[in-house]
Design a protein around this ligand. Structure first.
Ligand code: PEP
Ligand code: MG
Length: 871
């Protein structure tokens, strides 16, 4: 019905069939709009004939004639397409008023001020929308009359003042257009119909459809309805209500109203509206009727409704009902309550919540009241959700020092690098000037659950002077000044805003358990520390899909040993340094195995290029030279030697181990020794069923995989044999290089037991976009619809997805039960989760705070698939 009558028309018709008192009227279909355009912007003759008949019926029902001189029927002409396009098309109210019927209306209502105000509004709207006289011409007249009469608000104008405005309005139309404001009510109505049809193709409506991907509609419908007025005296009023509380979801009628007022008065804020509960005392009969109607409409639509009502001289009219917008907390509570009330099915409840909205529930948020009062000083990318409030610091060292003193700090950097890890860890939030959604800062912050605003190109950081300048505002802040970040919107505020804690209420838990019943795909997490793993487990992670071991190399003392390994002049020296790193690694792995209690733990061997572990700044290089007893010249030579022009395509991942195999040897030893110790219960609790999954990154060729796998197998098997335990393990590969996707069958033949798609690199190399630089221009690509979304956020299913499909087909062609996962940033993105479900993935893996989003998205994928199969 919506396709033909538009959303509003269908809704009104449906409410009428429910016996709800909506102002009588009729709808001209979207089909008529199509004909209008086909016939050269003319109202089709048959359409006009039918509209004339319907108008006559409406007049009969109302016992009044449109624009009658003694007791006029007034109508509204409103647009309404099948898809909601709020405010994009035109509407005209009070049609039917002219120089004669205004007198009749004033007399009939006994309210001359009301009548003249209605006429003034009609001429203003009609003049602007239909006759295309600049809106400002009318505003100018209104303001001038208000000034000369000393009126502060429109409501201070008398009937006489409004009469004068009407005269001036008519004169300006005549002056600008050379014609009079039409006095014939029928002519007014059809001119309005023409204008609304034209508004279907105005610039903003076309852009709105483009932006919101609204396609395949034939035009707008038009609703012509008898006007009802809430400003006819103290027995009239108007209001907005929700059938449940839109911010908490509580099943309690909620809303606001004003007596003797029009809809726009409620919104304009001149008078303070009353809570709808006050209506119960003021007019119990109407209140009871309103509650009954609201319950009926909610029951019918099976969802919380946002409704507009008007009381005209003691009679209640419903002007509009639609599904109400709500917060995440309300969405979850309403869905769960409605299942319990048997109003909706479990499937409907699961589909009703936007998985991304759950983000609101999982993190600390800025308090909306203090946000309203605060000023946004700049905006970057919403890289990691949540809120952060604290003092600005410019270096990781300063962050650590101040955090140790108990201060809340926000680390502000041009971009972060792995050596900032400690400082990032103890900061409440991170703000960077460069980098996109998969920049180092963004990825690490999301993993830690720390709020991050990245790529804020509006700021200039002077690390030396310890200042941060906001270019567009010309504001300079210094170290110690406070700012507040909103990682969900990318907005930055000056000063300290209040925050509120996340509420993982019982409703949320219920929704999650329902999701788990439906979903078929596993949900793991990307976690590098036992703490992150613990957080993810609380959110429902069923294992670790990616542990990035390089992140373990930076903390505290271990970075020294790592640097010693890099600077070692020969194999012996390198092995000596690696032996120092080994106990740290073993301890980390054991911690992860213990947290995950026998669930899968996938450990990726070292991926980062070695230069990332060496300092860049002169001061830091000098410090390191002293610390390590290596002269600055040698140190600089090594840094120079490791420098790469394209590090992302350089000496990283398995390529490191092809040249320095002893690095992976040490890691393999640490993994299996940790598994043995945890199985035996050495140094902590005993865990059953530990199955390490050892993952090799950046594989491009079968030979790389074979060489490295053979070394790992030799070490691991030898250790297991010596332990006399029955421990199983798996060796698999990441699929990040397009070449690996294309030869996936051969990689399985070479012994890969699982694949994990590293879609960050697969996107980088598959689309040829630099992860660190593309943020600068991708926004424009999305704006021009070259990409529907940023391909580093939402998987490019057409291109990168095809590489994945090829790899799965080839891999499973050799090993039917090959485990397949995804661990790029896309693993927690709802559309990508649905793709993974469809393509038969075993699991998705994402940062801890996205685990609930993935669980819900995975359930939705199943529900949608079933619904599609039924059709
Ligand atoms: C990837 O490339 O998708 C991945 C998970 O690895 P990283 O982001 O560490 O390169
Ligand atoms: Mg990668």
């Amino acid at each position: 019905m919506k396709e033909i009558l538009g959303g509003k028309g269908a809704n009104l018709a449906e409410m009428r069939t429910l016996g709800i008192n909506v102002p009588p009227g009729f709808t001209i279909s979207t089909e008529a709009c199509r004909l209008y355009y086909e016939e050269g912007k003319k109202i089709n003759a048959e359409v006009k004939k039918q509209a004339d008949v319907k108008l006559a019926e409406l007049e009969k029902k109302m016992g009044k004639k449109l624009g009658d001189a003694n007791d006029p029927l007034l109508v509204s002409v409103r647009s309404g397409a099948a898809a909601s396009m709020p405010g994009m098309m035109d509407t005209i109210l009070n049609l039917g008023l002219n120089d004669k019927s205004i007198i009749g209306l004033a007399e009939k209502t006994g309210n001359a001020r009301f009548a003249w105000d209605s006429y003034r509004r009609l001429i203003q709207m009609f003049g602007d929308v239909v006759m295309e006289v600049e809106h400002s011409e009318f505003e100018h007249i209104l303001e001038t009359v208000k000034d000369t009469k000393g009126a502060k608000f429109d409501t201070d104008l008398t009937a006489e003042d409004l009469k004068e405005i009407v005269t001036q309005y008519k004169a300006i139309i005549k002056k600008v257009k050379g014609v009079d404001f039409p006095q014939d009510p029928i002519k007014q109505m059809y001119m309005a119909v023409n204008a609304v049809f034209n508004s279907w193709n105005n610039y903003r409506a076309i852009r709105y459809r483009e932006i919101n991907n609204i396609k395949g509609l034939i035009g707008t419908a038009i609703n012509i309805q008898a006007m009802v007025f809430g400003n006819l005296g103290d027995d009239s009023g108007t209001g907005v209500c929700f059938t449940r509380n839109p911010s908490t979801g509580e099943a309690k009628f909620y809303g606001e109203y004003l007596m003797n007022a029009q809809g726009e008065d409620v919104v304009a804020g001149i008078r303070t509206p009353l809570a709808v509960s006050a209506l119960e005392k003021q007019n119990p009969k109407i209140y009871k009727e309103l509650v009954t109607v609201c319950n009926k409409v909610e029951k019918h639509y099976k969802d919380m409704q946002d409704m507009e009502f008007t009381i005209q001289q003691g009679k209640l009219y419903i002007l509009q009902a639609r599904s109400g917008k709500r917060t995440a907390a309300a969405a979850v509570r309403i869905a769960v309550d409605m299942v319990k009330e048997k109003a909706i099915t479990l499937e409907t409840a699961i589909l009703r919540i936007d998985p991304n909205q759950l983000n609101q529930l999982l993190h600390k948020q800025l308090d909306p009241i203090s946000v309203n009062k605060a000023e946004v000083i700049t905006q970057g990318l919403p890289a990691s959700p949540g809120a952060a409030v604290g003092e600005i610091v410019f270096t990781a060292v300063e962050a650590s020092e101040k955090a140790k003193k108990g201060l809340d700090v926000i680390l502000v950097r041009t971009e972060t690098s792995p050596e900032d890890i400690d400082g990032m860890h103890c900061s409440k939030g991170i703000l960077t000037a460069r980098g996109g959604m998969t920049s180092h800062a963004a990825v690490v912050a999301r993993g830690m659950g720390t709020c991050c605003v990245a790529g804020c190109s509006d700021i200039i950081i002077d690390e030396k002077a310890k200042t941060l300048t906001i270019k567009t505002k010309g504001i300079t802040l210094k170290s110690g000044d406070s700012i507040s970040l909103d990682g969900s919107t990318g907005k930055v505020y000056e000063g300290k805003l209040n925050t509120q804690d996340p509420e993982l209420s019982g409703y949320f838990g219920t929704l999650m358990s329902w999701s788990d019943k439906f979903r078929k795909i596993g949900v793991r997490t990307n976690a590098d520390t036992p703490h992150d793993a613990e957080v993810a487990k609380k959110f429902g992670a069923e294992g670790i899909g990616l542990c990035r071991t390089e992140h373990m190399f930076f903390e505290g003392e271990r970075i020294k040993a790592v640097r010693e390994m890099i600077l070692a002049s020969d194999l012996e020296a390198r092995k000596k340094a690696l032996a120092k790193i080994y106990p740290y690694q073993k301890g980390d792995f054991a911690g992860l195995f213990r947290v995950m209690e026998g669930n899968a733990v996938t450990i990726r061997l070292l991926d980062a290029p070695l230069h990332e572990f060496l300092p860049k700044e002169k001061k830091d290089i000098e410090e390191l030279s002293k610390e390590m007893g290596v002269d600055v010249k040698t140190l600089n030579a090594k840094i120079e030697d490791l420098h790469e022009f394209n590090p992302m395509l350089g000496h990283r991942g398995c390529r490191l181990a092809i040249t320095y195999p002893e690095i992976y040897d040490m890691q393999a030893e640490a993994i299996i020794d940790a598994a043995i110790e945890v199985t035996k219960g050495v140094g902590g609790k005993k865990v059953k069923g530990v199955v390490p999954e050892i993952m090799i990154p950046i594989i491009a060729t079968t030979k790389e995989f074979t060489i490295l796998k053979n070394r790992i197998v030799e070490i691991v098997d030898r250790k297991i044999k010596a332990s006399k335990l029955k421990i199983t393990y798996k060796i698999g590969t990441m699929i990040e290089v397009p070449r690996a996707a294309l030869i996936a069958d051969k990689i399985v033949e070479a012994g890969a037991e699982f694949f994990s798609f590293g879609t960050n690199d697969l996107t980088q190399m598959g689309v040829g976009l630099s992860r660190d630089d593309a943020g600068k221009f991708l926004k424009e690509y999305v704006a021009q619809d070259i990409f529907a979304n940023d391909p580093f956020e939402v998987l490019d299913q057409e291109g990168v997805g095809e590489l994945i499909r090829i790899a799965i087909k080839k891999g499973r062609g050799i090993k039917k039960d090959l485990k397949i996962g995804i661990c790029g940033e896309h693993g927690g993105e709802p559309k990508t989760v649905e793709f993974c479900h469809r393509e038969g993935f075993t699991y998705v893996s994402c940062s801890p705070f996205r685990v609930p989003i993935a669980r819900l998205a995975a359930a939705q994928a199943v529900v949608r698939e079933k619904a599609k199969a039924k059709k």
